[in-house]
Design a protein around this ligand. Structure first.
Ligand SMILES: Cc1cc2nc3c(=O)[nH]c(=O)nc-3n(C[C@H](O)[C@H](O)[C@H](O)COP(=O)(O)OP(=O)(O)OC[C@H]3O[C@@H](n4cnc5c(N)ncnc54)[C@H](O)[C@@H]3O)c2cc1C
Length: 427
């Protein structure tokens, strides 16, 4: 079996960042596997006009190593598009461009192997290393493993059965583009969920549907609220805040995260503005026909006469109603990809907290009763806070992990990353 220093499972932006930052490290033998045939970044939501929610500097490498050949600017140079980008003055990239940039970088990293799902990780005592079972390839050994398996669509219980049934026009927003034409032609469409994805789907339907009659947007939140984007508020997406959050007691962390929902569940103000603009434009000759109602929860769902019947409850009014719709888009977010099946081979050696979540230290290392280090990327929101899925923290986390794997500082990191002093100990 090939024995590598480092093996990464999943090649989304975060392990791709690790692969790019690992590439120049002499003597480091790293390999990364992804089940998909190539790098794809949320292909079902590359809606026209949709942009990243973070500046282009949150690429795979720049916030740690701006000289890296895998930076977004290097990609533009290679594509001969630096000058158009300069004149475009775009701080937030089109999502489709980030997707293309990821594929460009992955194609230049021989350590990245696509089309290979890792189906199991176990500890091989004889080899004193992790052993990975890789679909379509020989098992490999690795001294260190990094899980970058990302997230999966999350669907609330009442809608789950219908989303899973391909014959019923109920889908998760992750598959929006696949069903877009059918949704444009549908007599009525109900979008559920007030996050960025829900807003982008509604905006696209507002722009592209010939009639807005039957277009409904429902959300549990009391309002269609903006994402926190103030400069000091965004310091909660810094390594300083991450370290502070990690140092809090588990119960405090579990209380704090849901309260910080506007850091990761709101809608960016530009999209909110564009939705209002579109409603304004479509109401020049009379009411637009679109219905937007916050504070409503979907409590039941069933198919009736080829359509869908939703049972909804308005929390503040304490009232219930039944809505008929032709199709439903559940823009209801994502959950971390379960790691149980993948790590089953390690059995009880994996430490989990009372809620079954991985116990992860400040350096992203999972508490484990085997000698080798197992790290996670974007499976540690419960220990490291709202920044876990944030692209802006990706390069930093990858560098922390790489420095640990190499047992030396291969990428220098600054001591201080925020103006805010989180916690009393630093006062
Ligand atoms: C629509 C959308 C837009 C977003 N926009 C932004 C944004 O603008 N700014 C921002 O900061 N964040 C954004 N995020 C959040 C976050 O950055 C992304 O979710 C990001 O893709 C997370 O990267 P990842 O590497 O953790 O996982 P993913 O991108 O989910 O990739 C995980 C990969 O792991 C692979 N995989 C899983 N299990 C296995 C296995 N067993 N074996 C092999 N491969 C496996 C999958 O095939 C997949 O390719 C967005 C999220 C979504 C859903």
């Amino acid at each position: 079996m090939r024995h590598h220093h480092l093996a990464g499972i999943g090649i989304g932006p975060f392990n791709l960042s690790l692969a790019a930052l690992a590439a120049p490290v002499g003597g480091l033998d790293a390999v990364f596997f992804d089940a998909r045939p190539e790098f794809r970044w949320h292909p079902g939501l590359l809606v026209e006009g949709a942009t990243l929610q973070v500046p282009f500097l949150a690429d795979l490498v720049t916030l740690v190593d701006p000289t890296s050949p895998f930076s977004f600017l290097s990609y533009l140079r290679d594509r001969g598009r630096l000058l158009p980008f300069y004149f475009a003055e775009r701080f937030h990239l089109p999502r489709a461009e980030y997707d293309d940039y990821g594929r460009w970088a992955a194609a230049r990293l021989p350590s990245c192997r696509f089309g290979h799902e890792v189906t199991g990780v176990r500890w091989n005592d004889a080899e004193t290393a992790f052993e990975l079972t890789v679909a379509g390839a020989e098992p490999v050994l690795a001294d260190a493993v990094v899980l970058g398996v990302g997230s999966v669509p999350s669907v609330p219980e009442p809608l789950r059965g219908l989303v899973d049934d391909p014959a019923v026009p109920v889908l998760h927003s992750a598959d929006y583009l696949t069903h877009r034409n059918a949704l444009l032609a549908a007599e009525s469409v109900t979008v559920v969920g007030s996050g960025q994805s829900g807003a982008e789907v509604v905006l696209d339907l507002l722009r592209a549907r010939s009639t807005l009659d039957g277009l409904r947007w429902l959300a549990r939140t009391p309002a269609f609220a903006p994402m926190e984007y103030s400069k000091l508020g965004l310091e909660q997406f810094t390594p300083d805040y991450t370290a502070y959050f990690h140092g809090l007691p588990e119960a405090v962390r579990d209380r704090l995260l849901p309260a910080q929902w506007q850091l990761y569940k709101g809608i960016d103000t530009e999209t909110i503005g564009a939705i209002h603009d579109e409603l304004y434009r479509r109401s020049i000759t009379g009411p637009s026909g679109a219905v937007l109602t916050p504070g409503v929860e979907v409590v039941s769902a069933s198919t009736v006469d080829g359509g869908v019947e939703l049972g909804v409850r308005h929390a503040q009014q304490g009232r219930s109603a039944t809505l008929r719709t032709t199709a439903v888009v559940a823009a209801t977010g994502y959950a971390e990809t379960p790691t149980g099946p993948l790590l089953a081979g390690l059995g009880d050696a994996v430490h989990r907290d009372q809620r079954g979540r991985l116990v992860v230290d400040a350096g992203y290392r999972v508490a484990l009763d085997v000698p080798g280090p197992l790290f996670v990327q974007n499976a540690e929101r419960h220990t490291h806070g709202p920044g876990a899925p944030d692209l802006g923290l990706g390069a930093w986390r990858a560098a922390v992990i790489l420095n640990a794997v190499c047992g030396r500082t291969v990428h220098e990191l600054p001591d201080r990353t925020a103006f805010t002093t989180f916690g009393l100990e630093d006062l």
